[in-house]
Design a protein around this ligand. Structure first.
Ligand SMILES: [Zn+2]
Length: 278
């Protein structure tokens, strides 16, 4: 079962999250038949979506969208606050490079847009330029530049499996010694980066085992696990509402052989409408 496991280090000096979303990734991918290179970046985007949203308090949808002018034009993943995720990609198959996860090779000039949409509120949006060659370096660099919340993450890959560990420094207590805080953060970062793929992908080790091995010297407190899943909330009625919102002329132009076939780009579900539906 997939797992998002929040934890605290050093009595709340920092918080973190461990993520294994292999089943969700596999479920998202099986609704498409994408080439390997596209599956790889979609898998990366899914786990980063969870990593960046796991510690946020929101009630709605968090999404990541990589947009570029390279062979992969767009990768879009969204997840609800209870970690139901879906995603798709748009790409030019003929131009796809083989065996590389280089951002430049795949996306060209690109940016990573993130947004939080909550009912009744203006969406919150941000942009990260893809200046580094991997997505995790890009995100780490963004956090380093912005300096608002000290954040470090590791993202590791094995075929289409992904593991991610992210730590984030909490606001300092008023009596916290700054030098001590810097040392503590440095130690946590070194420990985080010391994690080996052999541990992360060892099926006999639980996430708790891995966190304990890495951070036991600093006192690690683990919270209740959450379980991400694939879910696509597309529905015939939503598509119908959209089609009914079009002008009769616009709608008529969509009919082919007397019907409109609307396909969900996330899951491939097809909804067929006839003239009588309107
Ligand atoms: Zn769907």
């Amino acid at each position: 079962m997939d797992i998002i496991l929040p934890f605290l280090l050093d009595n709340g000096f920092s918080r973190g999250v461990y993520i294994n979303a292999d089943e969700t990734i596999a479920d998202i991918l099986k609704h498409h038949a994408y080439p390997k290179a596209v599956e790889q970046v979609l898998a990366d985007t899914v786990i980063l979506t969870f990593a960046l949203s796991a510690n946020l308090k929101y009630n709605g949808t968090f999404s990541l969208n990589i947009k570029g002018d390279g062979p992969v034009k767009s990768v879009f993943v969204s997840a609800t606050h209870d970690f139901q995720a879906r995603g798709y990609a748009v790409f030019d198959e003929e131009k796809l490079p083989e065996g590389t996860l280089s951002n430049t090779a795949l996306f060209g000039n690109a940016q990573l847009l993130f947004s939080i949409a909550q009912p009744g509120q203006e969406p919150y949006q941000g942009i990260i330029m893809l200046t580094k060659e991997t997505l995790e370096e890009t995100v780490s660099d963004y956090f380093k530049q912005s300096e608002q919340i000290k954040t470090n993450l590791v993202l590791r890959r094995q075929n289409l499996s992904r593991r991610c560990l992210l730590i984030q420094q909490m606001p300092l207590k008023p009596d916290q010694d700054l030098e001590e805080a810097a040392d503590l953060w440095e130690t946590e970062t070194v420990l985080l980066e010391s994690v080996r793929d052999a541990e992360l992908f060892d099926a006999s080790l639980s996430p708790n085992d891995i966190l304990y091995r890495l951070f036991h010297a600093n006192g690690v407190t683990v919270f209740e696990a959450k379980h991400p899943t694939f879910f696509c909330p597309c529905h015939r009625s939503k598509m119908e509402k959209y089609l009914k919102s079009l002008s009769p002329e616009e709608r008529d132009s969509l009919f082919i052989d007397g019907k409109i076939t609307a396909e969900c780009q996330f899951c491939g579900n097809q909804f067929i409408f006839n003239k009588e539906d309107f």
